[in-house]
Ligand binder design. Structure first.
Ligand SMILES: *[C@@H]1O[C@H](CO)[C@@H](O)[C@H](O)[C@H]1NC(C)=O
Ligand SMILES: *[C@@H]1O[C@H](CO)[C@@H](O)[C@H](O)[C@H]1NC(C)=O
Ligand SMILES: *[C@@H]1O[C@H](CO)[C@@H](O)[C@H](O)[C@H]1NC(C)=O
Ligand SMILES: *[C@@H]1O[C@H](CO)[C@@H](O)[C@H](O)[C@H]1NC(C)=O
Ligand SMILES: *[C@@H]1O[C@H](CO)[C@@H](O)[C@H](O)[C@H]1NC(C)=O
Ligand SMILES: *[C@@H]1O[C@H](CO)[C@@H](O)[C@H](O)[C@H]1NC(C)=O
Ligand SMILES: *[C@@H]1O[C@H](CO)[C@@H](O)[C@H](O)[C@H]1NC(C)=O
Ligand SMILES: *[C@@H]1O[C@H](CO)[C@@H](O)[C@H](O)[C@H]1NC(C)=O
Ligand SMILES: *[C@@H]1O[C@H](CO)[C@@H](O)[C@H](O)[C@H]1NC(C)=O
Ligand SMILES: *[C@@H]1O[C@H](CO)[C@@H](O)[C@H](O)[C@H]1NC(C)=O
Length: 875
């Protein structure tokens, strides 16, 4: 090993010598070509780098010149091969960025010969081996980014000689051992990242106190242990501190709050820290608990020690052993958005001054020792969407406005000591989950709960509630309804009973109804008939409305297409030889060719080309928010996708009114159609194959394709099947074509309508990977249960598949019951495994959902899995 190193070092020196000897005669273009000659460029991104072209080398891909070449930015070009030191003959080169490529070699030390180099970025490659002590030769470097590689071993002392460094990023590698105390000379450093090096085992060096300019300190998810050094207290430039998920212990150094002057985010969660949180943190306690509304007071506050923390947005202290009073003034900081302190032993109160915070979105203080009433001020925070404070000592009555934030989605006050009645909930139309279990609430269940359109989880168990279960709750399609162990009486509303295991109402001896030990007196049955009659009438009305709107839609469609033909301004781009004129295309798109439901973003037509090929055409309204150029670029981006599980885009046409997207067409139609036909017979191996294929397609969109894309409309109707049941996703990333605004407004036109939409879509219209994962989870549920996601015929017992499964799985033997009986019994264990994955994907809390690449791995493991899966049914 050692001898190879020496040998290669000698070779490098010889090599450099030879190059240097002849360099005077080389032009910059020659140097670039020599550099290129050792690089593999499979996608030919460096085509412009050529001695036959007339393009000036300063205009070659990635090259920037000032007087001479100063920068090479070749990131994300799928380059591999060898990074040759010949590039150092460009004496003016200051920046070399090779990030996001496939270079598979040790750290190219020979680049230290580049005398002017200040930025070296090799992030996201396949760089391996250790960091040699000679790294100290990179004297001129200011920005060194080696993150997201496979670099291992100990960080050498030599790195301490890079005294000009401003950015040092070694995150997401396989570094091990302890961090030498090298920070003494890094007075320029503003950004340091050693995060996600799971094999590291180190204290945080005390020399960190010398980094007087440090703004970002990222040490999360590595093996840091011991105490947080006292010297950190002086670092006043800090804005982002993340020390989470390490083994840090001990108390926070006193005076740390003096460092909070500029802090935006402070995360020490999931460590073993204890002790009380610095008392004067973010300024004096007494001052802020006075009214902050008083204007003439504000100046005084800002001028005193309260000036700290004015920029703090996130504070995460969860899963430690902190105790003592939770600092009162944190609640009313001007920019605070997130407070997480769950699973500690904090005591104290929630002050009324919380009303002052104008940005607060999320509070999680579950499992602490807060002893407090819920202040009226809580209901005045209009930005709050999650407040969970279960397992504390909260008491008193809930103020009537406690759920007045218009974006409130999740409230958990379970396991406290609340008394009094549950207030009527009028404002929080976005509420998804309400848990008031295990308190001492009395009185009736508020009828207004039935008006909350997206309420899905309602847990009122273990209280002292009386009266009947309000009929209004039948308006809700609840997935969890737990009123067990109260003092409720009367008939359980029949629509609520449908499919609801008795468990959820147990411990209320005066409740009656079918399936309960206590049948109701007979005369109530008339009411039941009444309800079903009403339901029938409603269905008729809905049908009638549907027919009317269909007819109208047809009329409008014919009109507009004829008009278009008259004006005739169609522009089209085909990525595939389609021999059809726009006019013929439009003429062939009649109602007969319309396929499937229209969906929120337009209708799909199947068109037979003169060549006898079938294509699918999706017709969308043109909101004219995108220029033709943008539209073309966006469609091109999508059309370039080549993946076996993603439908190809063959081209598009557009006019002022419409955009037509042309896709390839699949023989078997959509998975959704297959399932909703009623006689869904697919064997287990095909179901698994389909699931894996869809997951791979989504993982590709999310992580592998550049730019990263979101599907944003994942459902079984958008999964097409070829003759061998290979799944292909269609209708993806329509947001890119319509533009975000238009895309979101087409959502708004169908509020809360589809069970494929993740619950958080209610308050967050921006797409996320987790929302795609949710939609995918619903498809998995369809595959496991053989039920269509949304009930085909609306009936009294119609429940979407998510709710149907959630209601069943909590009872013993439930998981086995939901598995499609048509799946052969030898595959039941695998089916249960898929069910488990599906439940994780459809978690209400987005952060609990796995990434699509994790899902792919989990599904692939299923085939070989023999043990019984353990079912985690947490929502
Ligand atoms: C261009 O480079 C190739 C090899 O890279 C060489 O064979 C050819 O002679 C060069 N052409 C000119 C005009 O310099
Ligand atoms: C680079 O290309 C631009 C236009 O694309 C041109 O204006 C400029 O002169 C070129 N630079 C050199 C050095 O040839
Ligand atoms: C990167 O290059 C490899 C071959 O080296 C090829 O298989 C792969 O598809 C390329 N990926 C992208 C995103 O260009
Ligand atoms: C290195 O490149 C990556 C990818 O382009 C970028 O995210 C990162 O900020 C760069 N690092 C530095 C220090 O500029
Ligand atoms: C700081 O730099 C000096 C010389 O530049 C060097 O001797 C010393 O070892 C360095 N300190 C650390 C902690 O690396
Ligand atoms: C509550 O927090 C403690 C740590 O303070 C932890 O040990 C315990 O498991 C938590 N309880 C629950 C129910 O999460
Ligand atoms: C509410 O809090 C309790 C106790 O911490 C927890 O077990 C439960 O899962 C939470 N419920 C919801 C819906 O978040
Ligand atoms: C429920 O209310 C009754 C009287 O209405 C009272 O005697 C009982 O202690 C209460 N139980 C709880 C758990 O609060
Ligand atoms: C319903 O509430 C009771 C009492 O709190 C609890 O024992 C039971 O596990 C809950 N059931 C479900 C499905 O959450
Ligand atoms: C088009 O864009 C404008 C401004 O960006 C926006 O106000 C408008 O709502 C958009 N129209 C649609 C239909 O999204």
């Amino acid at each position: 090993m050692a001898s190879t190193c020496t040998l290669s070092l000698i070779l490098i020196i010889l090599f450099t010598f030879t190059i240097n000897a002849s360099s005077s005669s080389l032009t910059e273009a020659d140097i670039l070509l020599t550099f290129k000659s050792t690089i593999e460029d499979p996608m030919n991104h460096l085509a412009s780098w050529s001695n036959t072209t007339t393009i000036h080398h300063c205009n070659w891909t990635g090259v920037t010149c000032t007087t001479t070449i100063s920068s090479l930015s070749l990131q994300n070009l799928n380059l591999s091969g060898e990074i040759s030191p010949s590039i150092c003959q460009l004496t003016g080169l200051t920046t070399l960025n090779l990030a996001d490529n496939l270079f598979n070699q040790p750290i190219p030390l020979h680049l230290s010969q580049c005398s002017s180099l200040t930025t070296l970025n090799l992030s996201s490659n396949l760089i391996w081996g250790t960091i040699p002590d000679q790294v100290s030769q990179f004297k001129s470097l200011k920005f060194l980014d080696l993150s997201k590689n496979h670099i291992e071993g100990k960080i050498p002392d030599g790195i301490g000689l890079l005294t000009s460094l401003q950015v040092l990023n070694l995150g997401s590698n396989m570094l091990s051992g302890s961090l030498p105390n090298v920070f003494g000379n890094f007075t320029e450093l503003t950004f340091v990242d050693f995060s996600q090096n799971p094999f590291m085992e180190s204290e945080i060096p005390s020399g960190i106190g010398n980094l007087v300019n440090l703004e970002h300190l990222l040490l999360q998810r590595s093996g840091f242990y011991g105490e947080i050094p006292k010297s950190i207290v002086g670092l006043k430039a800090l804005t982002i501190v993340d020390l989470s998920q390490n083994n840090l212990a001990g108390v926070l150094p006193s005076g740390i709050d003096d460092s909070f002057e500029n802090l935006v985010s402070f995360d020490v969660s999931q460590n073993n820290l204890f002790g009380s949180f610095p008392n004067g943190i973010c300024g004096s306690l007494k001052l802020t608990s006075l009214s902050l509304h008083t204007n003439n007071f504000e100046g005084a506050l800002v001028n005193t020690s309260v000036a700290n923390c004015l920029n703090l947005e996130r504070l995460e202290l969860q899963n430690n052993g902190f105790h003592g009073d939770f600092p009162n003034n944190l609640w009313s900081l001007p920019k605070i958005k997130v407070i997480r302190a769950e699973n500690n032993r904090f005591s104290g109160e929630i002050p009324d001054s919380i009303s002052v915070s104008s940005q607060l979105e999320q509070v999680q203080i579950d499992n602490n020792s807060f002893i407090s009433k819920v202040p009226h001020g809580l209901g005045l925070v209009k930005t709050l969407y999650r407040f969970s404070a279960s397992l504390n000592g909260l008491y008193g009555e809930l103020p009537p406005n406690f759920c007045d934030s218009p974006v409130m989605s999740i409230i958990n006050f379970s396991h406290n000591y609340f008394t009094g009645e549950i207030p009527e909930l009028k404002e929080c139309k976005k509420l998804v989950s309400l848990s008031l279990a295990d308190n001492n609430f009395i009185g009736d269940i508020p009828k207004s709960l039935g008006d909350l359109p997206v309420l899905t989880y309602l847990d009122l168990s273990h209280n002292n509630l009386t009266g009947e279960i309000p009929l209004e709750l039948q308006n809700l399609k609840l997935a969890l309804f737990n009123v067990s162990f109260n003092k409720l009486s009367g008939r359980v509303p029949s629509l609520l009973m449908a499919g609801l295991p008795a468990l959820y109402v147990q411990g209320n001896p005066d409740l009656c109804g079918p399936g309960l030990s206590n049948p109701c007196p007979n005369d109530d049955s008339r009411q039941r008939i009444g309800v079903s009659k009403l339901a029938c009438a409603l269905i008729y009305l809905a049908l009638l409305a549907g027919i009317l709107s269909l007819a109208f839609g047809f009329f409008v469609y014919r009109r507009s297409s004829i008009q278009n033909l008259e004006t005739g301004i169609w522009r089209s781009v085909f990525f595939y030889p389609i021999r059809i004129s726009e006019q013929d295309l439009i003429m062939s798109m009649d109602e007969k060719a319309s396929r499937g439901s229209s969906g929120p973003f337009g209708r799909v037509y199947v068109v037979n080309l003169p060549s006898n090929e079938l294509i699918a055409v999706k017709k969308m309204p043109n909101f004219r928010n995108q220029s033709f150029k943008t539209l073309k670029t966006e469609v091109k981006t999508l059309a370039k996708i080549r993946h076996k599980n993603i439908v190809r885009i063959l081209g598009f046409c557009h006019s002022d009114d419409s955009v037509f997207l042309i896709y390839e067409c699949m023989e078997k139609g959509s998975l959704g159609d297959l399932i909703s036909k009623g006689d869904f017979q697919l064997s287990w191996s095909f179901r698994l194959k389909i699931a894996i294929g869809i997951a791979q397609g989504l993982a590709y969109l999310h992580k592998d394709y550049v730019p990263h894309l979101l599907h944003r409309n994942v459902k079984s109707k958008n999964v097409l099947l070829d003759i061998e049941f290979n799944p292909k996703l269609t209708d993806f990333a329509v947001d890119r074509i319509l533009g975000e605004n238009a895309f979101q407004s087409s959502f708004d036109s169908k509020p809360g309508s589809s069970c494929y939409f993740a619950p958080e879509l209610g308050y967050n219209k921006k797409g996320t990977e987790q929302m795609d994962t949710y939609g995918f989870g619903v498809i998995l549920l369809e595959l496991v249960t053989g039920r269509a996601a949304e009930p085909v015929h609306s009936s009294e017992e119609s429940l979407d598949v998510v709710k149907w499964v959630r209601r069943k799985v909590n009872i013993s033997n439930g998981p086995v019951q939901v598995v499609d009986p048509k799946i052969s019994s030898s595959c039941k264990y695998e089916a249960l495994g898929m069910l488990e994955i599906a439940l994780q994907c459809t978690s209400v809390m987005p952060e609990k959902r796995p990434s699509m690449s994790e899902v792919v791995a989990a599904l692939q493991r299923l085939g070989s899995k023999t043990s019984v899966p353990s079912l985690d049914m947490s929502v």
